[in-house]
Design a protein. Structure first.
Lengths: 224, 506
C-alpha cells in the first residue's frame, strides 16, 4: 500500500527527531525500568477503612452519582435480582454467559434471561435491560469495573440496553483506585470498562443530566 | 467541529479578537457561569484527597520520565498493540495524519466501497488537524457524537473549551439549533422542550440511529499504555463507548505525547484527570482495550488502527524550557481558573486549544510562525499552575515564549522597524548610566508639562499620552513625576545633616 511506504519513513523520522530532542536514544530496558521504579509514589496506595466502612462508602458514592444500591446475603442474591427486576418492570433481559456460575446461584424463575452469544447491536437494542457480575469496585470513587470474563461478557450488552443491574461481591470492593488497578493488572489486556453511575452529561449549562447514550438506570446489588 | 475551523494561521491577534468578544454579554454570562460551576465542583473533590499534592507530583514525574524515553515507550506501544491485532501508523504532521485517516476510512467500507459517514468521539487531536474538513472533502460526513460537539457541529459554531466545548451556549440557543438542524425520518424535533433533559433526550434519539447504523468510528485517545499496547478513553455520556464498541472499524488518532509507561500509571492519571476536568471523583465511563478481540463472538471492532502523530510535538520536546507543555493531559482546569479566559471565552484564542494551555501550546504547534500574540494573553497570575494536575508551570513557559517571540521579532531588519524594540533598547541605555538616567528624569519632567492637569488636591495627572504610549492612558490616568526624586531628596537630606553636624561641632 502506498501509505505504508510513507508511514515507514515517518516512523523513522519521528523516532530520530525524538532522540535528537532528548539528546540520546533509549534502548536499554533495564535502565528505563530502574528509573520507572524510582518514580515518587507518595500518594495513598492502600485503604485504611474497615470492611463495613468501606462498603458504606461505596454505597454512598454510588448513590451520589444516581445509582441505586441494595445489599443481599450470599444465597439470596437471585431473590434480590427478582425483586428489583419486578419493581423495575423488566421481564426480558440479556445476560453474559456464565452469569449463574459467577453469582454462585441459579438465576430467578419467572424472567427471561437470554445469554449473549455475539448478538448484533439491533438484537441488543430489543432488550429491556442487562444483568451482570463485576470484577472489582472502588469505594472512594463509586466505580464498578467490568472485564470480558464469564459473568460480565462483551462490552456491547452493558451499553445498548437502557437498564443495567450489576452484582458486586463484597470481597471485590477496594477502597482506592491504586488497589483496583493492582487487582486488574494480571488481566489488563482484557476489554475493561469503569462505570461510575449511569451515563451522564453536564454539557448544557453545566446541569448534570442522568442518562444520555449508555444505560440511563444503574442498580447495584452488594452481595455479602 | 464544522465549518472553517479555528485556525491559528488565519485568526486575528488575541487582543483584537478579545476586544470584540468581551462585548458579547450573553457569551460572557454563559462562560462565567460554567467556569464557576466547574471550579466549585473541582475544589470540592480535590479537597477530599489528602494526597492530592503527592498525586500531582507523581503525575508530573511520570510525564517527565515518559518524555525522556519517548522513543522507547512509543516503540514498545507499537509492538504490543500490533501483537494484539491493532495496526499502528506514524504521521509526521497534520497533512500526513489526515491522509492516513481518510485512506483508512475509505478502505473500511464493505465490498470495497468507501463509507459516506463515520461516527466520532470528541477529540482535541482530530480538531487540531481539522480532520472533519478533510473527511468532508473526501465525501465522508463525520457525525460528532459528544453532546457539546453535536451542538457545535449543528450550530456551525466553534468549540470554546477543551472539556465542555459548548459552554458559551445556553439552553434556549441550543434548543433553537436542534429544532433547525435535526432531521431524522420518523422523528419530529420541532416541538422540542427547552429543559436540558429534553435537549439531551433529543440528542439521544438523534444519535442512537447513527450508533446502530454507522460501521466506522474515529476517536482520539486519552492514554496509550506502552506496557500492554492498550488504549484508554475517559468520557461521560456513553457516546464514546458506543463508538469504541459497536462499529466494525475503529481509528484512534493520538499525539505521541499520550503514551504512559505502564498500566499501573493509570492509577495516577485516572485520579488526577476526572477531578480536574469535570470535578467528578471518576467520570461515568472509562474504557481500556487492547488491540482486537479475535474470538468468534467478538468484543468490539474487528479492525483497529492507531495513528501516532507528531505535528510539531518533537519540536516542543527539543525546547528544554517549554517541553513541559507536552505533559498536559487536557483536563481544562487551567481554562476555568484563568481570569483572562473567564472574560474572553475560548474563541479569542483562535485555536481549538484555548486558555492558558492554549496560549503555550498553540504557538508551539505552529512552530512559532503563527499565534505569537497568545503568550501575551495572560496576566501571569499563576492560577493555572496552581490547578494543573501535572504541575505544568504555565507562567514560566509563557515568559519563555514571550522571549522567543521578542527575539524573533527583533531579529535582523525587524530591529529597525519595530518601535517597541527600539524603545526598550533606549531604556536599556538610559538605565546603564547614572548621568544619562538623571538627565532623562529632568527631561521627562519637562516633557510631561504640557500633558499634565492638576486635580482638586493640586496633584498633577496625565490623562492622554501620544502615540504608542496612548495604550496606557486609554484606560487609566498617570500621575505626574514628583518634583523631587528619592535620590535628590536623600542627597539633600545628607547634605543638610552634614551641614548641621558641621555647625553643631563649632
Amino acid at each position: 500500500m502506498g501509505t505504508e511506504v510513507v508511514a515507514g519513513g515517518a516512523r523513522e523520522e519521528m523516532l530520530r527527531r525524538i532522540r535528537a530532542a532528548n539528546g540520546h536514544a533509549t534502548d536499554d530496558a533495564a535502565v528505563v525500568e530502574t528509573q520507572w521504579n524510582a518514580l515518587p509514589r507518595g500518594y495513598k496506595r492502600a485503604g485504611t477503612l474497615g470492611r463495613e466502612a468501606k462498603l458504606e462508602l461505596l454505597e454512598e458514592r454510588l448513590r451520589d452519582y444516581d445509582a441505586s444500591v441494595t445489599r443481599a446475603r450470599t444465597g439470596a442474591v437471585a431473590a434480590e435480582i427478582a425483586r428489583i427486576l419486578k419493581e423495575r418492570g423488566k421481564r426480558r433481559t440479556v445476560v453474559p454467559q456464565g452469569l449463574a456460575e459467577a453469582l454462585g446461584e441459579a438465576l430467578p424463575e419467572g424472567f427471561e434471561f437470554v445469554a449473549d452469544e455475539g448478538m448484533t447491536t439491533a438484537e441488543l437494542d430489543g432488550f429491556e435491560g442487562v444483568v451482570t457480575a463485576s470484577t472489582v469496585a472502588i469505594a472512594e470513587t463509586g466505580t464498578i469495573v467490568l472485564q470480558n470474563v464469564p459473568g460480565q461478557g462483551r462490552r456491547a450488552p452493558t451499553l445498548v440496553p437502557d437498564y443495567h443491574l450489576c452484582v458486586v461481591r463484597a470481597g471485590d470492593v477496594v477502597e482506592t483506585v491504586p488497589e483496583a488497578m493492582a487487582r486488574l493488572e494480571a488481566t489488563a489486556k482484557l476489554a475493561t470498562t469503569f462505570i461510575s453511575g449511569p451515563s451522564a452529561t453536564a454539557d448544557i449549562e453545566m446541569t448534570r443530566i442522568k442518562g444520555v447514550h449508555g444505560p440511563r438506570f444503574l442498580d447495584v446489588i452488594l452481595a455479602e | 467541529m464544522s465549518g472553517a475551523g479555528l485556525d491559528p494561521r488565519t485568526a486575528p491577534k488575541f487582543q483584537v479578537a478579545a476586544r470584540a468578544l468581551v462585548g458579547d454579554s450573553q457569551m460572557r454570562k454563559n462562560v462565567r457561569h460554567a467556569t464557576k460551576v466547574i471550579q466549585t465542583k473541582r475544589a470540592r473533590v480535590v479537597a477530599e484527597m489528602p494526597d492530592w499534592e503527592e498525586l500531582r507530583e507523581a503525575g508530573k514525574e511520570i510525564r517527565q520520565h515518559t518524555m525522556r524515553h519517548l522513543d522507547f515507550y512509543l516503540e514498545q506501544f507499537e509492538r504490543n498493540c500490533t501483537a494484539a491485532g491493532g495496526h499502528v501508523h506514524w504521521a509526521r504532521n497534520a497533512e500526513e495524519a489526515r491522509q492516513i485517516v481518510v485512506g483508512l476510512v475509505k478502505a473500511s467500507g464493505a465490498d470495497g466501497k468507501s463509507p459516506s459517514e463515520v461516527i466520532k468521539i470528541k477529540s482535541m487531536t482530530t480538531e487540531e488537524i481539522q480532520l472533519n474538513k478533510a473527511l468532508e472533502a473526501a465525501g465522508i460526513h463525520a457525525h460528532e457524537t459528544d453532546l457539546a460537539e453535536l451542538i457545535i457541529q449543528l450550530g456551525h459554531d466553534q468549540p470554546s473549551h477543551i472539556v465542555v466545548p459548548a459552554l458559551h451556549k445556553n439552553r434556549a440557543q441550543i434548543r433553537e439549533i436542534f429544532q433547525r438542524e435535526m432531521h431524522l425520518p420518523g422523528s419530529d424535533f420541532s416541538n422540542l422542550g427547552g429543559t436540558p433533559q429534553d435537549l439531551a433526550d433529543a440528542a439521544r434519539r438523534f444519535l442512537r440511529e447513527k450508533f446502530l447504523r454507522v460501521k466506522t468510528a474515529v476517536s482520539g485517545a486519552n492514554f496509550l499504555v506502552a506496557e500492554t499496547g492498550g488504549v484508554c478513553i475517559v468520557e461521560s455520556e456513553g457516546n464514546g463507548r458506543m463508538c469504541l464498541t459497536l462499529p466494525e472499524t475503529l481509528i484512534s488518532v493520538a499525539g505521541i505525547d499520550k503514551v504512559v509507561p505502564r498500566f499501573q500509571d493509570l492509577e495516577v492519571m485516572l485520579q488526577l484527570l476526572p477531578r480536574s476536568a469535570t470535578g467528578e471523583r471518576m467520570n461515568p465511563y472509562n474504557s481500556i482495550w487492547t488491540g482486537v478481540d479475535k474470538t468468534a463472538a467478538g468484543d468490539g471492532p474487528r479492525t483497529f488502527h492507531v495513528v501516532l502523530m507528531d505535528n510539531a510535538r518533537t519540536e516542543i520536546l527539543a525546547d528544554k524550557e517549554a517541553r513541559q507543555t507536552l505533559h498536559c493531559i487536557r483536563c481544562g482546569a487551567c481554562l476555568n481558573s484563568c481570569p483572562v479566559y473567564q472574560q474572553t471565552g475560548g474563541h479569542a484564542y483562535g485555536s481549538v486549544y484555548a486558555g492558558p494551555i492554549g496560549a503555550i501550546l498553540t504557538p508551539q504547534l505552529m512552530e512559532m510562525h503563527h499565534a505569537q500574540s497568545l503568550p501575551y494573553a495572560s496576566s501571569l497570575c499563576g492560577a493555572c499552575y496552581e490547578v494543573c494536575p501535572v504541575k505544568i508551570n504555565i507562567p514560566e513557559v509563557l515568559i519563555h515564549l514571550r522571549n522567543r517571540v521578542v527575539k524573533q521579532q527583533s531579529a535582523g531588519l525587524n530591529l529597525l522597524v519595530n518601535p517597541e524594540v527600539m524603545a526598550l533598547k533606549a531604556v536599556a541605555m538610559v538605565f546603564r548610566s547614572e548621568g544619562v538616567f538623571r538627565a532623562s528624569q529632568k527631561l521627562g519632567r519637562l516633557a510631561e508639562l504640557p500633558l499634565s492637569r492638576k486635580d482638586g488636591q493640586g496633584v498633577g495627572w496625565i490623562e492622554w499620552m501620544p502615540g504608542m504610549l496612548g495604550g496606557w492612558s486609554q484606560v487609566r490616568d498617570l500621575r505626574v513625576m514628583p518634583k523631587q526624586t528619592f535620590r535628590q531628596w536623600f542627597e539633600q537630606r545628607e547634605k543638610a545633616r552634614a551641614k548641621k553636624a558641621a555647625s553643631d561641632g563649632n
